[in-house]
Design a protein around this ligand. Structure first.
Ligand code: PAF
Length: 274
């Protein structure tokens, strides 16, 4: 595996890859969720590129940019063992100049749900994903459904800017307990991890209700609220279509149920596509 830190090195390494390229952009602290994206890319492409970059522009003032877990050595080993061809780990100065143009997330989809409390987060996320996709120029890029809003916004950006890459949505990977894997789970102690299970349990409850033909969104949300009693605060529970429009009734095949909640100082999100 080639590890590159500078853009010129990256471009040179990339120019030697003749064949299809799968790309997985990450912020590091890799877990089995990331590994599942890497494996899928290796299966589906001749070459796989992973980037690790904790992107400052997607963190708001007061968020966890400084404390975000950084595990370069372990991440490098994981990528190498998994069979990644190029690992790109740029410094902030490689990725940003001092007077950057910005990309704005769409006014509705970018400022609801996670974008409501984290206004501007998706602008920064799209800005870096645009840069990384332009650099890696992959055939396919892999993103987890855990960040459904992110995934949908990236797909929208790729369509709107006629970018030549296939966005591959990948299933959420869960711990045996049901907790959705996330780098931020590293912030949780055991007691908090136990309480965090309320998120996946509330989604299981919603799924069971739908399986029993209960489609009323308001009622499902009420029942989910009861299960989420153990978290410190609920930021939102939402039932939307696959375009993130709130809906009154679940439509199987075109619904996402999403939840965001705080456990201690950690903000957790989870969702299920119905
Ligand atoms: O999901 C993430 O890890 C980040 O938001 C991403 C897509 C790598 C952009 O920084």
């Amino acid at each position: 595996m080639l590890i590159v830190k500078r853009i010129d090195e990256f471009n040179e390494a990339k120019s030697k890859l003749k064949g299809t390229i799968g790309f997985i952009p990450t912020m590091g602290a890799l877990h089995d969720g990331h590994l599942s994206l890497i494996r899928k890319s290796i299966e589906e492409n001749e070459f796989t590129i992973v980037s690790i970059f904790v992107n400052p522009t997607q963190f708001l003032q007061g968020e966890d940019l400084k404390s975000y877990p950084r595990r370069e050595e372990a991440d490098t080993r994981i990528c190498d063992l998994a069979g990644v061809d190029i690992l790109f780990i740029p410094a902030v100065k490689q990725m940003y100049g001092d007077d950057e143009l910005s990309i704005g997330a769409p006014a509705r989809r970018g400022y609801i749900l996670d974008g409501a409390k984290r206004a501007g987060h998706f602008d920064g996320m799209l800005q870096i994903v645009m840069k990384l996709l332009n650099l890696a120029n992959p055939t396919k890029a892999y993103f987890g459904k855990k960040d459904t809003q992110q995934l949908l916004l990236i797909s929208q950006m790729v369509d709107s800017y006629f970018m030549d890459v296939e966005i591959m949505p990948c299933e959420i990977i869960r711990e045996p307990s049901g907790l959705a894997m996330s780098s931020r789970n590293l912030y949780l102690n055991q007691e908090q991890k136990d309480r965090a299970l309320a998120l996946s349990k509330s989604l299981q409850k919603a799924t069971q209700m739908v399986l029993s033909h209960e489609m009323d969104a308001k009622y499902i949300i009420e029942e989910m609220n009861k299960i989420l009693i153990g978290v410190d605060s609920i930021e939102y529970i939402a039932i939307t279509d696959r375009g993130l429009k709130q809906i009154e009734s679940v439509v199987v095949g075109n619904t996402v149920i999403l939840v965001a909640a705080w456990v201690g100082q950690t903000r957790l999100i989870d969702n299920i596509w119905i």
